[in-house]
Design a protein around this ligand. Structure first.
Ligand code: RB5
Length: 142
């Protein structure tokens, strides 16, 4: 199960990502926002992050206008490694090296076509399981 959430700035892209997940046969849970009315991104970043941290969902996708605010909010939840990606190289590397469990996107930054490729790369790339990356991730958690 994939947790997904956005503020108003990421609402349109979130609709496209959800359609894409459905087309791929992947289950998701939408944590809001549910309209284009202006709202506060930390609420949705936290809701998605908590769903992932609790184990309710395996991965999360958070979207705001830039992807910045909502990724900062998601990363405040212990156990969350949210990565803001604007290209497929970063999406691949953050899975292989950081075992990122939440993808952040900027709805006003990346176009739909690129965003969906980033989503696929993020979802389809496994963690490397390399000892050095396991060690570094453990140091993030303190
Ligand atoms: C909303 O206008 C905008 O500030 C928000 O979507 C996001 O970009 C914040 O980081």
């Amino acid at each position: 199960m994939i947790a997904i959430g956005s503020d108003h700035g990421g609402f349109a892209l979130k609709q496209a990502v959800m359609r894409h997940l459905k087309d791929r046969g992947l289950e998701y849970k939408d944590f809001g926002t549910y309209t284009e009315e202006s709202c506060d991104y930390p609420e949705y970043g936290r809701a998605v992050a908590q769903a992932v941290a609790s184990g309710e969902c395996e991965r999360g996708i958070v979207i705001c206008g830039t992807g910045i605010g909502i990724s900062i909010a998601a990363n405040k939840v212990p156990g969350i490694r949210a990565a803001l990606c604007t290209d497929c190289f970063c999406a691949e590397a953050t899975r292989q090296h950081n075992d990122a469990n939440v993808l952040a996107l900027g709805g006003r930054v990346v176009g739909e076509g690129l965003a969906l490729k980033i989503v696929d790369t993020f979802l389809d790339t496994p963690f490397s399981n390399d000892e050095r990356h396991i060690r570094r991730i453990a140091k993030i958690e303190g």
